[in-house]
Design a protein around this ligand. Structure first.
Ligand code: SF4
Ligand code: SF4
Length: 470
């Protein structure tokens, strides 16, 4: 374990740690563009130069292992001057179109310019022009002029998504990032290239020009789209969700990333990241519904609860079906109230899966229901009253639709999924309108926070169960 000195501070570092990692882990920030905690080292951007006592030249701290007795200076006059020069070189051909750039507000070129440079350009010649608004894949647009050729996006595709869809073409100041011959940026993780890009060269088609980032508020949550349960930030403003981004405090601690760069510290699949739209559907149910000859019509909560409570009170056998979409707290409340409870889960027909992070199980809490020893819905299920939480996949639907229940109650947030034969529908708060915990595929219990208050007459499952108890 080498002991070295950085800016006058003595530090014990792990063997093999780089100067940049050791500095970040000890609260000393060294600016960096091309270095990323989850990618291989490239060392091309040169902004992380530091001075090493006894060595004639400045060295890049991202690719320099700490050695016993090493003395490092991160803010000496020569380092400060070199950073200004690096910034000037990086900006020589940059279009400086910040006012119309979607990255403004979270751009490391802007941030480092104000923090480390503030030097005006001395470049009088014509800048090198490159392609703008290039459609490189279904989810991402590219602006080649804004790119600083840090190669994070290229390394992300090759090392994490395991598909070398991006490459750097040409030489010198003609270099540009492009898709490899015959390829598009269409791997299932393509939007992470937008996160890892430190500038506005790669932008998300879904998010670009929708909202300036400084208006967004953030709430910590967990992606509920599969059993991997990736930590996310939900970013919203004025009752509308605009994007989900990755979050991981563990990675920040272990991989030495500065809190200012939270959000680029782990990865999400595109499918999960864009699934935020499911929680803003136009087919949302806001009030209790009752089935009638003319279809479903609104009834007040008092009348809906009266009908359900009466039916349960007069039923010899009430069957509850809890969904693996529910939180642990909702499942606990449900199984305490209903004696006979089975489990179900969403099972899309063409469920994606890979050996990176995407899980075939598209439910965030199946592991918790399993741990409670709740059985799957049997083929011969019978009873008087059936209470379904969320919806049923086709197999489970077949088990219940042909039986003559006295009353079928469904708790759901979405009108388009209402099961055939439902008599009463109680509107559920969506995932973003409740808080709780979920147990992912690896048994890790994680909490998620409420973003919005439940809308209209919607409530979470715990609240509906409490009302049924009264
Ligand atoms: S597009 Fe962004 S991430 Fe890719 S090389 Fe250019 S600056 Fe780096
Ligand atoms: S891997 Fe699963 S949990 Fe992670 S972002 Fe994708 S869908 Fe969400």
């Amino acid at each position: 374990m080498p002991t070295f000195t950085i800016d006058g501070k003595k530090i014990d570092a792990k063997d093999g740690t780089t100067v940049l990692q050791a500095a970040l882990a000890n609260g000393i920030f060294i600016p960096h563009y091309c270095w990323h905690p989850l990618l291989s080292i490239s060392g091309n951007c040169r902004i992380c130069l530091v001075e090493i006592e006894g060595r004639p030249k400045l060295e890049v701290s991202c690719n320099l292992a700490v050695a016993e007795g090493m003395v490092v200076r991160t803010n000496s006059d020569v380092v400060v001057a070199a950073r200004k020069d690096v910034m000037e070189f990086l900006l020589i051909n940059h279009p400086l179109d910040c006012p119309i750039c979607d990255q403004a507000g979270e751009c490391l070129l802007q941030d480092y310019h104000f923090k480390y440079s503030k030097r005006g350009s001395r470049f009088k010649e014509e800048k090198v022009h490159k392609a703008k608004v290039v459609d490189i894949g279904p989810n991402v647009k590219m602006d080649q002029e804004r790119c600083i050729l840090c190669s994070r996006c290229v390394r992300f595709c090759a090392e994490i998504a395991k598909d070398s869809e991006l490459t750097i073409a040409q030489r010198g100041d003609s270099c540009y990032v492009t898709t490899a011959p015959g390829k598009r940026l269409e791997n299932p993780y393509s939007l992470n290239t937008v996160d890892v890009c430190p500038v506005g060269a790669l932008t998300s088609k879904d998010f670009r020009f929708k909202k300036r980032v400084w208006f967004l508020k953030q709430v910590p949550s967990v992606c509920p789209h599969c059993s991997n349960g990736c930590p996310i930030w939900i970013e919203y403003e004025d009752g509308v969700i605009y994007r989900w981004r990755p979050r991981s405090e563990d990675v920040i601690r272990e991989k030495y990333i500065a809190p200012s760069q939270m959000g680029i510290t782990n990865f999400l699949c595109d499918e999960g990241r864009l699934s935020y739209k499911e929680w803003q559907l136009a087919s949302r149910i806001f009030e209790p519904l009752v089935s009638s000859e003319e279809g479903f019509k609104n009834i007040g909560a008092i009348e809906a609860l009266r009908l359900v409570k009466n039916a349960i009170a007069n039923s010899a056998e009430t069957v509850g079906v809890i969904s693996a979409q529910s939180s642990c707290e909702e499942a606990d409340a449900f199984i305490k109230f209903f004696k006979s409870v089975y489990r179900t889960k969403r099972e899309p027909k063409a469920a994606s899966e890979d050996d990176i992070i995407i899980k075939r199980d598209k439910n965030p809490n199946a592991n918790y229901l399993k741990s409670l020893n709740i059985e799957n819905l049997p083929a011969d299920v019978t009873g008087d009253v059936l209470v379904i939480v969320d919806t049923l996949p086709e197999d489970d639907m077949m088990k219940v639709v042909n039986f003559k229940w006295k009353l079928v109650v469904q708790l759901t947030h979405d009108r388009s999924l209402i099961v055939p034969g439902a008599d009463i529908v109680l509107p559920l708060a969506t995932f973003t309108e409740k808080e709780g915990t979920l147990v992912n595929h690896a048994g890790v219990r994680q909490s998620f926070s409420k973003v919005f208050e439940p809308k209209g007459g919607t409530r979470n499952l715990v609240e509906w169960v409490e009302l049924l108890k009264k």
